[in-house]
Design a protein around this ligand. Structure first.
Ligand SMILES: C[S@@+](CC[C@H](N)C(=O)[O-])C[C@H]1O[C@@H](n2cnc3c(N)ncnc32)[C@H](O)[C@@H]1O
Length: 219
């Protein structure tokens, strides 16, 4: 399936958002792309109508009490757009932000929202480690998409989610359809691995395409 792009030759914010979809899923190219984008990422994504963080943080907020102080991990946290929104609504939640890109987390580190951030973290390697930690709340927005992380991303995120804990995740809609995400989540639910608390298919995400979102409870 071809990746979504703007119809005419895109420039500025649109060129950045479209260019990210053309990455090849390799750690070095993703790291270099976001190193060069970090300084203008927030502004560019705002110009492209980025709704993903609002929906992902909203789903995560549904999973915890207003005065909760649980430990959360925001995987592929980037510059911290999701953490900032969750922190506004659930200020007691202690959020660890991790991302491949050091330059992106350097921006997130300046926010009050994160208890700590760590760059150079690859979701798949981090979750596969024998001593991988688990969290009562896991968030991931914008990272399960073309050229980034494939359908093994959800398995990795669920490995980081403790039993009874929640995962709030976005998957770009075209990537989700290509990788069979809805069927995969349904299979996990049938097997009793997760309960689907909320599912949104092709909901608002970016001007150049929608996303599927799930709030899952790990059983
Ligand atoms: C589109 S940005 C989303 C950032 C942020 N979550 C947001 O919604 O604004 C995608 C992020 O995923 C990170 N990323 C890509 N592949 C990754 C991987 N395998 N492990 C961890 N982070 C990854 C990138 O470095 C980038 O910061």
């Amino acid at each position: 399936m071809s990746q979504p792009t703007h119809e005419t030759g895109s420039t500025g914010s649109a060129a950045h958002a479209d260019g990210a979809l053309q990455l090849n899923g390799e750690r070095d190219s993703i790291t270099a792309y976001y190193r060069d984008w970090a300084a203008t990422y927030d502004e560019d994504m705002s110009a492209e109508g980025y709704a993903g963080p609002f929906i992902t943080a909203g789903l995560a907020a549904m999973a915890v009490e207003t005065d909760s102080s649980v430990q959360a991990i925001d995987v592929g946290c980037g510059t911290g757009l999701v953490g900032r929104l969750l922190h506004q609504r659930r200020p007691g939640v202690r959020i660890l932000g991790v991302d491949l890109s050091q330059e992106m987390v350097d921006v997130a580190a300046k926010l009050e929202a994160y208890a700590s951030v760590q760059g150079g973290v690859d979701l798949l390697q981090y979750a596969a480690a024998d001593d991988a930690p688990t969290f009562p709340l896991v968030l991931c927005c914008g990272t399960l998409t073309h050229g980034h992380v494939g359908s093994d991303g959800v398995d990795a995120l669920l490995r980081l989610t403790e039993p009874g804990g929640h995962l709030a995740v976005s998957v770009r809609h075209t990537h989700s359809a290509e990788q069979g995400y809805p069927a995969k989540i349904a299979t996990l639910a049938d097997a009793g691995t997760v309960a689907v608390v909320s599912e949104l298919i092709n909901a608002p995400y970016l001007d150049n395409g929608g996303a599927d979102y799930w709030l899952l409870r790990r059983r």
